[in-house]
Design a protein around this ligand. Structure first.
Ligand code: HEM
Length: 398
């Protein structure tokens, strides 16, 4: 069967786990002929796949090659944006990946991230102050991550709203959806974004600041990112760090609202926040599936995997593998150790994980402590999406 289609049925959109449990148990290396893709659902197979050199992250180049083979014009706006995205480290293999990752690493040093604790808390409090009930995603979980990234890049406060629009437009282009006119409109926005980042880069060159963008300019290193690469990097950080973090905050809050005992325990003992956030990333994390492109023949659990095929690493299934996690379908807010793969593993493991954890911890911590009467006001619906685990809205009363 076409698994992508199965995962998009209304039942599986609401709750993909029964289907993933069945696959993990009966067909852990599942072939979907329609998609020419393998689905890995066991923790050990997913973990090993993250280290398998036959599996490539270079996922944009094949898409561009296929477009070219179909004779689609190379000067279309879509192709121009695909060209920008093909510079991203998340779709690169070594050695290009190693170089980009090393140059970006300076911006993600632990100290730089922990120094943002107070400003993120202030931002969250500001959003909660203005929140009088309704959609908690629109009110808190959605605006926070884009504002944090804008702040980290050193963008002026007045420009921060535009980051959210650009982030939505990037997602539209990366994941598709909407008609081609929406696509075109999104591309217009992305050109504006590129111009914006370039002028920000120019400013920082003449006037270095204590921000992430300045850090990524790598003034002390011989090798430097070009302006093209810096602009693409800013776009990647916005894209990779926005919806994921929104969903991490929203999914965690929903799981707690559905478990009043855990919520009460967490309110009594805020020291449980760390393990709670890890557990909820495991239990219902923002990314269900990560893709790889097969470049060399390889074998997984006795199956031959051939070049040109794709492999889906189903994080949502690995994170509930009973071989790895006791009582995987149960939330245990004190679970430790908790070696979940919500942030991936290996050379591409999320570079923003510390920041994402901090944002989720602060947002969830402030939401539960500052909104003591928080309650679900409507049964939330999940977006029909294969790769992400994302609520349409989280309607609450406060
Ligand atoms: C990579 C998850 C937040 C930036 C990844 C990967 C995962 C992931 C699974 C691996 C992708 C792969 O192997 O192909 C998440 C989750 C987040 C989150 C669940 C929120 C809870 C962030 C944030 C940022 C960020 C806040 C930055 C501001 C990146 C980048 C990569 C990445 C740049 C690519 C790293 C590389 O290719 O070496 N993320 N992420 N992420 N993430 Fe995150």
């Amino acid at each position: 069967t076409a698994l992508d289609d199965d995962l998009l049925t209304p039942e599986a959109t609401a709750d993909p786990y029964p289907l993933l449990d069945a696959l993990r148990e009966h067909d852990p290396v599942h072939w979907s002929a329609d998609h020419r893709a393998w689905l890995l659902t066991r923790y050990d197979d997913v973990s090993a796949a993250f280290a398998n050199k036959a599996l490539s992250n270079d996922r944009v180049r094949p898409v561009r090659a296929a477009r070219a083979a179909r004779g689609e014009t190379s000067d279309s706006a879509a192709d121009r944006v695909l060209a920008l995205m093909s510079e991203w480290m998340v779709v690169s293999d070594p050695p290009a990946h190693s170089r980009l990752r090393k140059l970006a690493a300076g911006a993600f040093k632990g100290q730089r991230i922990s120094a943002m604790d107070a400003s993120i808390t202030a931002l969250v409090d500001e959003l909660i102050d203005a929140f009088t009930g309704g959609d908690l995603i629109a009110g808190v979980a959605y605006p926070l991550p884009a504002t944090v990234i804008a702040t980290m890049l050193g963008a002026p406060v007045a420009d921060r709203d535009r980051f959210r629009d650009w982030s939505d437009e990037l997602a539209l282009v990366a994941f598709g959806g909407g008609g081609s006119d929406r696509h075109e409109r999104a591309l217009g926005g992305l050109h504006e974004m590129d111009a914006y980042f370039r002028s920000l880069i120019e400013q920082r060159r003449s006037e270095p600041g204590d921000d992430m963008l300045t850090a990524m300019m790598g003034t002390e290193q011989d090798d430097k990112l070009s302006d093209d690469e810096l602009s693409a990097m800013c776009a990647l950080l916005l894209f990779a760090g926005h919806e994921t973090t929104t969903n991490s905050i929203a999914n965690a809050t929903l799981a707690l609202l559905r478990r009043p005992d855990d919520l009460a325990r967490l309110r009594r003992d805020p020291d449980l926040l760390n393990t709670t956030v890890e557990e909820l990333l495991r239990f219902d994390g923002p990314i269900k599936v990560i893709n790889r492109w097969v470049v060399d023949e390889t074998e997984i659990r006795g199956r031959t995997i051939s070049p040109g095929e794709r492999v889906h690493l189903v994080l949502a299934a690995a994170n509930r593998d009973p071989e790895r996690f006791a009582d995987p379908a149960t939330v245990d807010i004190e679970r430790s150790p908790n070696p979940h793969v919500a942030f991936g593993k290996g050379i591409h493991a999320c570079i923003g994980a510390q920041l994402a954890r901090m944002e989720t911890r602060i947002a969830v911590g402030r939401i539960v402590s500052r909104l003591p009467d928080l309650a679900l006001a409507a049964e939330p619906r999940w977006k029909p999406a294969v790769a992400s685990r994302s609520l349409e809205a989280l309607e609450v009363s406060v």
